[in-house]
Design a protein around this ligand. Sequence first.
Ligand code: GTP
Ligand code: SPV
Ligand code: MN
Length: 606
Amino acid sequence: MTALAIPGLDHAPTTHERLLSWVHEVAELTSPDEVVWCDGTQQEWDRLTGRLVDAGTFVPLPRRPNSFWCASDPDDVARVEERTFICSRDEADAGATNNWRDPAEMKSVMTDLYRGSMRGRTMYVIPFCMGPLDADKPMFGVEITDSEYVVVSMHIMTRVGRRVIDRMGSDADFVPCLHSVGAPLDEGVEDVPWPCNETKYITHFPEEKTIWSFGSGYGGNALLGKKCYSLRIASSLAREEGWLAEHMLILKLTSPTDKVHYVAAAFPSACGKTNLAMLEPTIPGWRVETLGDDIAWMRFGKDGRLYAVNPENGFFGVAPGTNWKTNPNAMRTLERGNSIFTNVARTADGDVWWEGMEGSPENLTSWKRQDWTPADGEAGEPAAHPNSRYCTPMNQCPVLAPEWDDPQGVPISAILFGGRRATTVPLVAQARDWQHGVFLGATLSSEKTAAATGAVGQVRRDPMAMLPFIGYNAGDYFQHWVDLGKQADAGALPSIFYVNWFRRGEDGRFLWPGFGENSRVLKWIVERLDGDATAAETAVGLVPGADALDLSGLDVRQADVEAALAVDAEEWRAELPLIEEWFDTIGPALPSTMRDELAALRQRLG
Ligand code: GTP
Ligand code: SPV
Ligand code: MN
């Protein structure tokens, strides 16, 4: 190894050769002032949050213990899908739904960007583990970053530090994750609170299982254990090894007779996973406990059932709309402190506020760091960015299921797919069988949200809520889903359901009250599994009548529930050409079974 005179570089708490040589190589390329090997301790958290406060990036929140407010650059607020790349050797392996570049070309472009990109900054080396550290084969990663915000966020979102590097020993496999905000600090230049670069790249090399990210400090672009590793790289690994890496929450549902079912649900970004995962049921005697709110890794167990593990350690949740009525358990989790709030508004007395939260503070500092009054809100300027987020530890959640970090995972009884659709898609439908369920997932559609940059509201296909996260060809991904179902014992497979909390009446209001009331739909779902609930055959699946749902004590118009459940053949016929067009975009890798399912749907619609 070259003798580089960078302070801290040689203080490596490891003899792992591959790790050491990669860290040296990156230090040589990016030229930081100093290298810090992160140990994941409270002292490290205190030191770095202190540094972030001094830099003006963080503002402490006296009303919340050990919690901080943070505002990003206004142009760095969400995932950048058009700047996200899958650099497989063969373009066909990335498929039509991903941006592709030749890996060698991409490396050459990004190497030029990284050259000297950490000048004047500290380079942090963060050993982390996705999923329990006591797994048979822990899933290690190491993120190199020049952002203190990333380090402290990784403390919350993943298992980090000394215990990880010790467990890695001298030869464990790991995913190298390179991140730079791309804002070198030259002599005499003053830093900004949120350094970033106009040029952004979020890049994945699936064959090498490597991630390179440049230019952004935002969550999904910069906390590389999350979407980059646990979905894009992991989905590619899962295909090779016969498992699933999915954009799913995991919850535990207990009935009044203490019957337990675990449910996994895939909804696109900002479409209700965190809320469902922490749901407070409105029907007596039912209980929901949380195991995860964003990502599920699922493998078949010896008994043939599908077992889910949440690879994360924290919640990176959408703030707007979160309140004591919609998601009281998120509010309780945040009250315990130890949290980072990004792009929400700050009150004069040191608390946070966002649209949809209780109270109507008169004077706020908006996410744009400007004075804000309700008049600004009326003028269309929100106090919090629509994709503002809280970052908070899982173990503070009052309804966390005790088995949430069991390396064996939990056996899944039902998989839900759902999107945000104002029309057409009923409140709930059960798939006829696994392959039909895969078709429902593969054709899932949703209105775009603020979680990614671009136009909000436009309906797009978002297969299995994974459109931005499938690390390989989407057609091959559907085939992988179909194949797993074929290999498995049909009786042990989870049953698949399609839900839509977001259907609207002609006057534009939501037909279904949602949130805690979704427990009524969960109840019908598990009663279907146990053979205790009725459903009607429709063209799109098995749908309950309003009388099959438990609506006791619910103050809602019967006509609205019926409209929410309706399967309108006319509306669905209009969907057919859209599905056809979607399947055409996938290209030759689309499984023929998906065309068969489409033909069967067309026939049922007459
Ligand atoms: P990501 O973290 O981006 O993956 O999002 P998510 O799927 O976890 O979405 P989340 O639960 O944070 O919800 C996003 C938005 O949808 C919030 O503003 C919620 O208040 C709103 N929402 C969630 N569930 C419901 C529901 O049942 N009905 C309605 N109308 N809105 C909901
Ligand atoms: C999402 O966008 O689906 C999120 C937030 O969960 S991010 O970490 O930015 O991907
Ligand atoms: Mn998500």
